[in-house]
Design a protein around this ligand. Structure first.
Ligand SMILES: [Zn+2]
Length: 113
């Protein structure tokens, strides 16, 4: 599963930071997820839960921040920031245009004790 390898990789980085910081427990992890990153939020949450449930103190809280995608409307040339893959111009309602960004997927912050 695609999401599983993404989360495993992320958890490796988190564990490394946890060690460096000499934390006993990771309490919160923030993940930035672009609208077009191509992963399923639910799958990410499930994998995260499975891979961290044995940790001391249990699974950290996983905060997922959705990063919007820029949509450039071909009809009126306006730019909209969208948080779904339902591409529609917020100004004129046209659905034809190009997108930019929104493909990132990375953990951005973490907290521990
Ligand atoms: Zn438009």
């Amino acid at each position: 599963m695609h999401e599983f390898s993404i989360v495993s990789e992320m958890i490796e980085k988190i564990s490394k930071i946890k060690q460096e910081q000499k934390w006993i427990q990771v309490t919160r992890v923030q993940l930035k997820m672009g609208v077009l990153s191509g992963v399923e939020r639910q799958a990410i949450e499930n994998c995260f839960e499975i891979l961290t449930k044995e940790w001391s103190g249990g699974s950290p809280v996983l905060d997922i921040i959705i990063e919007p995608v820029e949509f450039h409307c071909s009809n009126c040339c306006k730019e909209s920031l969208l948080e779904t893959t339902n591409f529609i111009c917020s100004d004129c309602g046209a659905t034809v245009g190009s997108t930019h960004g929104g493909r990132n997927l990375y953990f951005s912050e973490m907290e521990g004790l």
